[in-house]
Design a protein around this ligand. Structure first.
Ligand code: COA
Ligand code: ZN
Length: 314
């Protein structure tokens, strides 16, 4: 098994984690979540999305979240953006890390963004051109890369249609997302190796949901293939409001525990993370899927050399 010594985890709890919650958190509460996660040593996180507040009221005020959250220069704060309007709003707030989002499967894409995949890709071409001038870093996130709740399995060719486009316009950071948790390890290997063979210079990332208990098997499959960037969410929160029966992301603290158990460094303070997951559970007022909240970590917790103490400012 090919287990790397170090991986980069990206927390998406302040975006994916909250966008499908009945309880709408205020920008101040979301900023606290962002601060807690960054204080636990996360090197990157998504703080929100620049989408229509009519479509996703949970994400209203993403600019305020960004401006309020104390900025740690060592942390990359990503804003999710579907269209030019969202890009302009993000840049106006001062965001310098944008994740462009598309879905590989047409029904899921159109349910989310009310336009065709190719309309979004054409819009993203304009955004990437603007971003070069603005000095904004772009990463593409391809949702529904493994399955679509309306039509089932996503063919690899549909994922490659999007990857080809982003590569052609100069994007070299691409994440494949299993929005509805339909992927299985064999399929994950097929998608990842196809991208790796076609574009060896793309830095790949993953975004798995644990809707059907395959999230951890999938992330291990990706790790084994040398993918070093993985999304996860505090408490295992998450879900897409436009995908029926969407479930949570793979749980960040459970993933950190598993990685530490294998000696993989994430730079994250696991105890601090669990404490914040407990806080988030209280704020949302319902039990979260986190196994760390139920079973606790395996002590003594592995302390990687690069771990940032929870008390460190961010
Ligand atoms: N941020 C804020 N407002 C936006 C926006 C953005 N990125 N893009 C469009 N709008 C506004 C328009 O200005 C318009 O406002 P108005 O009604 O006050 O005039 C309104 O939204 C409708 O604009 P329109 O271009 O007709 O878009 P739409 O209604 O077809 O909605 C999206 C398109 C993409 C904005 C909307 O579907 C959306 O926000 N989807 C997000 C889906 C999502 O977040 N899914 C989960 C993440 S994967
Ligand atoms: Zn997701």
């Amino acid at each position: 098994m090919n287990i790397p010594p170090k991986v980069t985890l990206i927390d998406v709890s302040a975006r994916d984690g909250l966008q499908n919650e009945a309880e709408i958190l205020t920008p101040a509460q979301r900023a606290e979540l962002v601060q807690r996660v960054s204080a636990a040593g996360l090197p990157e996180l998504e703080f929100g999305s620049f989408v229509s507040p009519k479509a996703v009221p949970q994400m209203a005020g993403a600019d305020e979240v960004f401006k309020t959250a104390v900025r740690n220069p060592a942390v990359r704060y990503h804003g999710l953006v579907p269209n030019m309007r969202g890009y302009e709003n993000a840049v106006a707030a001062g965001v310098t890390d944008v994740r462009l989002v598309v879905a590989a499967s047409a029904p899921l894409h159109e349910a989310n963004f009310r336009r065709t995949i190719d309309e979004s890709l054409a819009d993203h071409t304009q955004i990437v051109a603007r971003a070069k001038q603005d000095g904004v870093h772009i990463e593409a996130v391809i949702g529904g890369s493994f399955g679509d709740p309306f039509v089932g399995r996503t063919p690899v060719s549909a994922v490659m249609h999007c990857v080809d486009h982003y590569y052609a316009i100069g994007v070299r950071d691409i994440s494949v997302a299993d929005t509805v948790g339909m992927g299985t390890p064999k399929q994950v290997a097929e998608v990842i190796t196809t991208i790796q063979r076609t574009y060896p210079d793309v830095t790949l990332g993953t975004h798995f949901h644990d809707t059907r208990n395959t999230g951890f098997a999938n992330v291990i499959t990706a790790l084994d293939l040398g993918v070093l960037r993985h999304d996860a969410s505090l408490g295992g929160t998450g879900g897409c409001p436009f995908a029926p029966k969407a479930g949570g992301n793979i749980c960040l603290e459970d993933l950190v525990q598993m990685l530490y158990g294998m000696g993989v460094d994430t730079g994250i303070d696991l105890d601090g993370l669990i404490e914040s997951a407990r806080w988030l559970q209280g704020v949302l007022g319902k039990p979260l899927p986190s196994r760390m909240l139920k079973a606790g970590p395996v002590y003594p917790v592995f302390k990687p050399v690069s771990a940032t103490p929870a008390a460190a400012s961010s």
